[in-house]
Design a protein around this ligand. Structure first.
Ligand SMILES: Cc1cc2nc3c(=O)[nH]c(=O)nc-3n(C[C@H](O)[C@H](O)[C@H](O)COP(=O)(O)OP(=O)(O)OC[C@H]3O[C@@H](n4cnc5c(N)ncnc54)[C@H](O)[C@@H]3O)c2cc1C
Length: 501
């Protein structure tokens, strides 16, 4: 393989694939995408239910976790991240949401107002073609009707109280990731199984990257980091761009003292209610074993059956603070999920969670003595307001579920159990809550980056992924991450064309 390209994109994930597509549109431009993980050509990636298995993979999931967080009594929380082409978008549930218009207007940054962003989403959706989940479980259909004013068939909207079956980036009941929608059609050169150690420089100008195995690759027109909210700031810090004191302690020469690199880390906190009862949702029971046994054939022959489920089939948005705008999102899964150490247990049931749309707590990502082991502190519930909102959310979710017309499929709450309220509920949320796996904000636009994604204090170096969100979007973050890749990729392409003229 050649060692010099016009553009190098680090990370072939949700945003990186869109960046590559944008750069490859430049006439004559050569684009290299470097991905630490393998290709996404694996049946578990295509089959929607395969994500349950991928979450356990050591080769396709970075399997990060937080440090012992003081804010939750010294608990560690898993931080799964996809490690292959398609990135986290190859292990995610494919739930598709733009977020709210107000999310982007609140960023208050030139070029990121909702009108501009909405046009970018139109372009992204032309390739990702999100559509209603094809074969939802009857429980998901029923949950999708808990708020009566909804349009039939429409997904719930984060703009207003609503419920519905989710829209997903699937085609023919198979995963359709950004690698399918953007990378493969782009013609970019792809190098998999190659982990980037750091960016190389000539003065302030980024000239390429050095891989962890020592190889060097050059980029004439610059480097775009799209390694995600955890790994992009780590690459910058290994390159000497980050909080000066931390870098010095880790033995890294300081190139740019940038205290905000790794700051502002946040995610949607989430806490789930588990319901267990015979005859309710999917699960492992003797009666369901034949259906499980037939399901691979069903998916292969006519793309139906339980393997066509993305697990997170339906949901709702609603307000618990009294504001008009929703502040809580619920994901509804018609599956019995384990609530102890095992994720799958015997029995049938369903699951519904409470996720805060706009948490106030902010954490930090730092580099330690091992420069490849990020110190992730989400500071979950560091702001008491978030815990108050979660308690209100669970209370409201129980009321909403009580109104759902589940009929004979209704099951009792097995965890934490309906009698757990007030202070007991508060304690159990602090002791057990996790996140929706949407970390953002560690390289915020307007912080260590300018509004076009360029890294302050350098030339020819940009970041385009979920890390650039100054504030998280109201719903799931995959579509916004792809949109960010599309937008910043456009800025980088324009800069390269200007410089070449
Ligand atoms: C389990 C799970 C479920 C989710 N479900 C949903 C959902 O249903 N809907 C939704 O909207 N969002 C969901 N999300 C979140 C969503 O997938 C992410 O927000 C989005 O994929 C982030 O995109 P990104 O481009 O920032 O990072 P990623 O997609 O994670 O891409 C980063 C890429 O960079 C690569 N990389 C990292 N470091 C290096 C390095 N040093 N060298 C080379 N390559 C590197 C990684 O391997 C990865 O491929 C989920 C996430 C997870 C983990």
């Amino acid at each position: 393989m050649q060692s010099e390209f016009d553009h190098i994109v680090v990370g072939g994930g949700s945003a990186g694939c869109a960046v590559a597509a944008r750069l490859a549109e430049r006439p004559g431009a050569s684009v290299l995408v470097i991905e630490a993980g393998p290709s996404d050509r694996d049946i578990r990636v295509k089959v929607p239910f395969g994500l349950v298995n991928l979450m356990r993979s050591d080769t396709r999931n970075w399997k990060r976790e937080t440090v012992a967080m003081a804010s939750v009594g010294g608990r560690k929380v898993p931080v799964p991240r996809g490690k292959m082409l398609g990135g986290s978008g190859s292990i995610n549930s494919m739930v598709w949401f733009r977020g709210c218009r107000a999310d982007f207007d609140a960023w208050n940054l030139p070029g990121w107002d909702s009108a501009t962003v909405w046009r970018a989403f139109d372009a992204v959706e032309a390739r990702m073609t999100p559509a209603r989940l094809p074969h939802p479980h009857p429980l998901s259909e029923t949950f999708g009707r808990v708020f009566p004013a909804n349009d039939p068939g429409a997904p719930p909207s984060p703009e207003r109280q609503s419920a519905g079956v989710f829209h997903c980036n699937m085609r023919d009941a198979a995963r359709w990731s950004a690698a399918d929608g953007f990378l493969r059609p782009s013609g970019a050169t792809v190098l998999t199984g190659a982990e980037v150690a750091q960016v190389t420089f000539d003065g302030a100008r980024a000239t390429g990257v050095q891989l962890r195995d020592g190889r060097r690759l050059c980029a004439r027109a610059g480097v775009v980091l799209s390694a995600g909210s955890i790994e992009s700031p780590m690459i910058l810090m290994r390159s000497g761009i980050g909080p000066g004191n931390d870098l010095r302690v880790s033995g890294i020469d300081v190139r740019v003292d940038a205290p905000l690199v790794g700051a502002n880390l946040h995610d949607h906190p989430g806490f789930g209610l588990h319901f267990k009862g015979a005859g309710s949702g999917y699960g492992l029971t003797l009666a369901q074993l034949p259906a499980w046994a037939l399901s691979p054939l069903q998916w292969l022959l006519n793309r139906s059956g339980r393997l066509s489920s993305n697990t997170v089939e339906a949901g709702a948005f609603y307000s618990v603070s009294g504001d008009d705008a929703p502040d809580v999102q619920t994901h509804f899964l018609p599956f019995l999920m384990g609530w102890q150490s095992r994720s799958i247990i015997w029995g049938a049931g369903y699951f519904a969670d409470v996720c805060l749309c706009q948490p106030r707590s902010r954490g930090q990502l730092r580099i330690g003595h091992d420069p490849y082991a990020p110190l992730i502190d989400l500071n979950l519930f560091g702001d008491d307001h978030d815990l108050d909102m979660m308690v209100k959310g669970v209370t409201r979710l129980r009321e909403i579920l009580a109104t759902a017309d589940f009929g004979t499929r209704r099951a009792p709450e097995a965890f934490p159990c309906a009698a757990t309220t007030g202070d007991a509920l508060r304690s159990i949320i602090r002791a057990r809550a996790g996140t929706a796996y949407h970390p953002v904000g560690t390289l915020a636009l307007g912080g260590p980056l300018d509004e076009k994604g360029a890294v302050t204090g350098t030339q020819n170096l940009w970041v385009a992924d979920a890390s650039v969100m100054p504030r998280i979007t109201t719903a799931n973050t995959n579509a916004p991450s792809i949109m960010i890749g599309w937008q910043i990729g456009g800025h980088v392409a324009a800069a390269a064309t200007r410089n070449a003229a």
